[in-house]
Design a protein around this ligand. Structure first.
Ligand code: ATP
Length: 482
């Protein structure tokens, strides 16, 4: 469906109303850009995480998974470059006190120019910004903002501070005695937990290059411009995989993972091809020799979902330098010792949840046979990812129907999530299941007692058919297993 700002707001309200996503600490008026997952959101998120984990660690026999700690030795972040470089250039408007990421401020201005038909000017502006940022010329960036008369959206003025770099890592103190305590960071990415364990895993798992290490877990960034619901959060979850390879083979493996990851978004996540695109990085980080984003067409436009990066031997090389411990691999096939090169795939789990909800959410209206209007809100989440797979609904609370329904659930629940409900009319119960995205609903009625058949209803088409009670489990299982 096509989106407007209202539909996106409706989606956010829907996610709250049906137990998907709540504002964190809502009773205290919330905490900006921090969210909690409710009963359905947590299950959806787990299903996506499990699907990724299965693809990486089960379907690839040369990839293993680990679970590294959130806290790491502070030198890790010196070596990785985060202490010195993990920052965004910011500017504040002195009148409104509103803080902007300069690239966002300038991009928004360029978008306005383009909308006014000044395409060339907009392109020139972006290109100037990129050059100035690449040269770390913060005074030049400020001048660009001033020269183009960019205004704060709150105060409407051009009264700007200087541009400053703002480090995105959260820090805290390790140890309780003030003078002995040392600064420690909440990890801003999961990748470094993989790099520092490269040799542990390679040796204990007797891994041979090429091989990968996968990990899922929380990451923390003090994002200044935190907006667009769970798209940009301060606490979020990443799913990363570092693939260790022989130097010189990076082009081939980069192409491999670029293709594999796009395929995964289509086949496992069920995203339509027209909502996905590659976006090649023009400006590369100093350590990268190629980088591409997989972008998703969110309700607010094309944005990054996943990054695929060819990181050379930068990370392992830096850890070798800072730890003074060799991070090398002896390749018996070519009789050589080397620091492996790395291809990284890095996807945000919360962004996958948002993409799934955006793709699934539909407000539908139609005219019934008798001429009256009907409508529903439905989450068409693919069956393999939906939090609940099967609803079992006895037509009435008596005549032994609830017992038959309970027996069916008992038979199915070790295989997939089921939901039992006996309150309200069947029509209302179907609508609630549509709203939380349950792909199958089975109604047990009086005929079931006579011939052991039930009505199964399909969420997406709302069609119904009569099938044997014994056939329900296999039918649902076939649809939810991927
Ligand atoms: P962006 O340009 O959107 O800030 P990034 O390039 O900094 O993202 P990476 O450092 O490559 O992102 O992180 C890998 C993935 O982690 C991203 O593709 C995204 O899915 C996810 N991610 C990064 N920052 C956030 C955030 N603040 N909230 C939610 N997910 C995030």
């Amino acid at each position: 469906m096509s989106y407007d700002a209202n539909t996106f707001q409706n989606l956010i309200s829907h996610a709250k109303e049906y137990g998907y996503i709540f504002q964190s600490s809502e009773i205290y008026d919330g905490l900006a850009a921090v969210y909690d997952y409710g009963q359905n959101g947590a299950q959806l998120k787990k299903n996506i995480r499990d699907a990724w984990w299965k693809t990486m660690t089960q379907l690839n026999d040369n990839i293993v998974g680990i679970d590294a700690a959130i806290f790491m030795h502070p030198t890790t972040w010196k070596a990785s470059g985060h202490v010195d470089n993990f920052s965004d250039p910011m500017i504040d408007n002195k009148d409104s006190q509103k803080r902007y990421r300069v690239d966002h401020l300038i991009e928004a201005h360029a978008e306005r120019l383009e909308a006014e038909g000044q395409k060339l000017k907009a392109e020139e502006l972006i290109s100037d910004m990129e050059k100035l940022l690449a040269a770390d010329d913060l005074a030049g960036v400020k001048q660009l903002i001033v020269d183009n008369n960019m205004k704060c959206s709150v105060s409407g003025t051009c009264n700007w501070t200087d541009v400053r770099q703002f480090n995105l890592m959260f820090s805290t103190e390790l140890g309780s005695v003030a003078d002995e305590a040392s600064t420690i960071y909440l990890r801003p990415e999961t990748a470094q937990g993989i790099f520092v364990n490269f040799l542990n895993v390679q040796k204990t798992g007797r891994m041979k290059i090429p091989f990968g290490i996968a990990q899922t877990g929380k990451a923390f960034r003090n994002e200044i411009v935190a907006r667009q619901f769970i798209f940009r959060m301060r606490e979020f979850e990443q799913m990363e995989m570092q693939f260790f390879i022989r130097p010189g083979s990076q082009k081939e493996w980069y192409a491999h993972w670029k293709e594999e990851r796009l395929k995964w978004h289509k086949e496992v996540m069920g995203f339509p091809a027209e909502r996905l695109q590659y976006h090649d990085h023009v400006k590369l980080a100093h350590y990268a020799d190629a980088a591409v984003d997989v972008e998703f067409n969110f309700p607010f436009g094309w944005k990054e979902l996943e990054g695929i990066h060819s990181r050379t031997d930068y990370d392992l090389g830096r850890h070798q330098e800072f730890s003074k411990k060799k991070q090398q691999y002896f390749d018996t096939e070519i009789n050589q010792n080397y620091v492996p090169y790395v291809i990284e795939t890095s996807v945000g789990l919360d962004r996958l949840v948002l993409a799934t909800l955006s793709n699934a959410y539909a407000e539908e209206k139609w005219t019934k046979e008798d001429g009256s209007e009907d409508s529903r809100v439905v989450l068409k989440i693919p069956a393999n990812l939906a939090p609940t797979k099967l609803a079992v609904l006895p037509l009435t609370k008596k005549d032994g129907l609830p017992e038959i329904a309970r027996d069916l659930i008992n038979d199915c629940k070790s295989s997939f999530h089921c939901f039992y409900e006996e309150k309200d009319s069947i029509g209302k119960r179907y609508r609630r299941m549509d709203a939380i995205g349950t792909p199958f609903a089975v109604t047990v009625d009086h005929q079931t007692k006579e011939d052991n058949t039930v009505t199964i209803r399909y969420r997406d088409t709302m069609t119904q058919e009569r099938i044997h009670l014994n056939a329900v489990k296999a039918k649902v299982l076939a649809a939810v297993t991927k």
